[in-house]
Design a protein around this ligand. Structure first.
Ligand SMILES: [Zn+2]
Length: 457
């Protein structure tokens, strides 16, 4: 699950209507859940211990995209697919990553001995000028006096962008920012395009000392930032394909995806080793199950860097492949004992073929699954190419999302099992060889009524 892009929730009133199905089709066999025989061909074979063990292996080290940890995970996933007999491809791609280079500060020609961090997006430069304290850097606090000077700013109340822009507008030549009350460390800060003065961060303790010093003496500061900039990193998608039975080929493709990268320093047991474990387990089962649909099991890299791997993979699909792809199931964060219930998200908050099949499978196996609106994961690029796509996730999220505490001990086997069953049954309802191609099929059982849910993440 990617943090940066927040999709607005669908406006009330647009999405809460019923499915428009006739009343008798709205059967919710939740009181008496019973999987059909064809579901059992898949769900009886799910071995949740396999999933749990794969999460253990993958979460043994962080898997940030572009690092050795990710590469090890990629090799492991590839080897797993190959052991199952799949034709497996590693698809490399590059993405830009910020490198702060080297930054330093001089105060009256003496080297400042505290930690100095380059703001992400800062320009390189070496400026020497009087240092002036401008409080929180609001427009009221920043006077014309800052012209030609280096601004010392306290973090808090306003965005990094606004603080830098306010002093830049008054002619400042550099920025030193210190942490606000309650913040720790000194590794923070972003500058933006056009804010072309060097900007660095220091700790709160060091910043308060400087404020004190400025009350007693004039200080000339030098801010030096060098070798900062974006560097290209390489990440990978892992793609395993299963051809349909030659006599039964409907010409259709269904994809099942998860992302194997984690955030920096995070073990990512739930985010998203859990999704990868389900992709691997369904691949294991489907390897020996005849289907009439091509299945693609894909794990994406650099999801946490902004859905980079999935955008890359979606961009490599030909028009013909897009035309043939009837469904993309994305599994992200499907095993936390501390998260809420399963929900299916689409980028536009509308139902589609994937949510229809997911809801129906849920109704057969445990309970009907609701749907809602969210981007922020690898279903988005496929949706944007016109492929029916949905994200399967538990909401609200667990509190340790994107933290070093996203560890194996908080994984629920029950949750893993339930999601693997529902997605496995939905995929098999599309791919089972005893039905015609999807558009002609009256695939049993009938559709179910399922509701829009605007529960927060
Ligand atoms: Zn995430």
């Amino acid at each position: 699950m990617y943090r940066k892009t927040f999709t607005a929730l669908l406006v009330a009133g647009l999405a809460l209507s019923s499915s428009g199905l006739p009343a008798e089709a709205g059967n919710k066999p939740t009181d008496n859940p019973s999987a059909h025989a064809f579901d059992n061909k898949v769900i009886k074979k799910i071995n949740v211990d396999n999933m749990y063990n794969n999460i253990a292996k993958l979460s043994a080290q962080p898997r940030e995209a572009g690092t050795e940890g990710e590469y090890n995970a990629v090799q492991y996933i590839k080897s797993q697919f190959e052991q199952l007999g799949y034709e497996t491809e590693l698809q490399p791609f590059t993405f830009p990553e910020w490198d702060g280079g080297d930054s330093s500060i001089l105060l009256n020609d003496q080297v400042f001995d505290g930690g100095v961090h380059t703001f992400s997006g800062s320009v390189n430069g070496n400026v020497t000028a009087p240092l002036v304290y401008v409080g929180l850097g609001s427009t009221e606090e920043v006077s014309n006096d800052v012209e030609g000077k280096i601004a010392l700013i306290e973090r808090g109340s306003y965005s990094f962008y606004d603080k830098i822009q306010h002093v830049l507008d008054k002619g400042a030549v550099g920025v030193i920012m210190f942490n606000g009350d309650g913040n720790t460390g000194y590794q923070f800060g972003s500058a933006y395009e056009g804010q072309d003065i060097p900007a660095v961060a220091i700790s709160r303790e060091d910043g308060l000392k400087l404020v004190n010093r400025l009350e007693n003496e004039n200080v000339t500061a030098t801010v030096n930032v060098e070798n900062a900039g974006n560097v290209d990193k390489t990440s990978y998608n892992v793609i395993a394909k299963k051809k349909p039975h030659p006599n039964k080929d409907t010409g259709q493709i269904t994809m099942i995806g998860a992302h194997h990268d984690s955030v920096h320093g995070g073990p990512g047991a739930n985010d998203d080793a859990s999704g990868v474990s389900a992709v691997l387990e369904l691949a294991r089962i489907m390897a020996k199950t005849p289907t009439d649909t091509e299945l693609r099991f894909v794990t994406f890299g650099a999801e946490e860097k902004g859905l980079v791997g999935s955008y890359h993979y979606a961009s490599t699909l030909s028009e013909e492949e897009v035309e043939k792809t009837v469904a993309h199931f994305q599994l992200d964060m499907i095993g936390s004992r501390d998260a809420g219930d399963l929900i299916m998200f689409t980028p536009d908050g509308e139902k589609n073929l994937v949510t229809d099949f997911g809801a129906a499978a849920g109704a057969r196996i445990s309970e009907v699954v609701e749907y809602g609106q969210l981007g922020r994961s690898d279903h988005v690029p496929f949706f944007e190419r016109g492929i029916p796509a949905a994200l399967f996730i538990h909401a609200p999220l667990e509190p340790w999302y994107h933290s070093p505490d996203d560890t194996l001990d908080k994984i629920s086997k029950e949750k893993l099992q339930e999601v693997a069953e529902i997605v496995g049954a939905a995929v098999y309802q599309i791919a089972r060889p005893d039905t015609p191609a999807l558009e002609n099929a009256r695939v049993a059982p009938g559709p179910v009524d399922y509701e829009y849910d605007d529960r927060p993440l």
